[in-house]
Ligand binder design. Structure first.
Ligand SMILES: [Ca+2]
Ligand SMILES: [Ca+2]
Ligand SMILES: [Ca+2]
Length: 95
């Protein structure tokens, strides 16, 4: 899996969030616009957009992280890209 390198502060940043960002799970679920361009191609342009700029889920939850946004979890992240649950770093414990 290609994982996006997330950094903020330089001109070549790609707007994704580092895993420590307070913007994760801090968006407003009620502010997601309608899927008028039908990004998911299901023929329904009246549903909310549930994909981010990478066409991955817009409603990912950072487990154990605060849900400081508006609405029930999973809460959208601020910005164009959602931190994806499968991309969340989990430490490996070796015996
Ligand atoms: Ca989220
Ligand atoms: Ca649609
Ligand atoms: Ca969370």
């Amino acid at each position: 899996m290609n994982e996006r390198t997330c950094s903020i502060g330089t001109l070549d940043d790609d707007l994704c969030l580092p895993r420590t960002s307070p913007a994760i799970d801090a968006g407003d679920n009620t502010a997601i616009p309608a899927d008028s361009p039908d990004l998911d191609g299901d023929g329904d342009g009246s549903e909310i957009i549930h994909l981010d700029m990478d066409l991955l889920t817009r409603f990912g939850d950072m487990p154990g992280g605060p849900d400081s946004g508006v609405g029930p979890p999973p809460i959208v992240d601020f910005g164009a890209y959602e931190v994806q649950p499968e991309n969340i770093f989990l430490p490996v414990i070796l015996r």
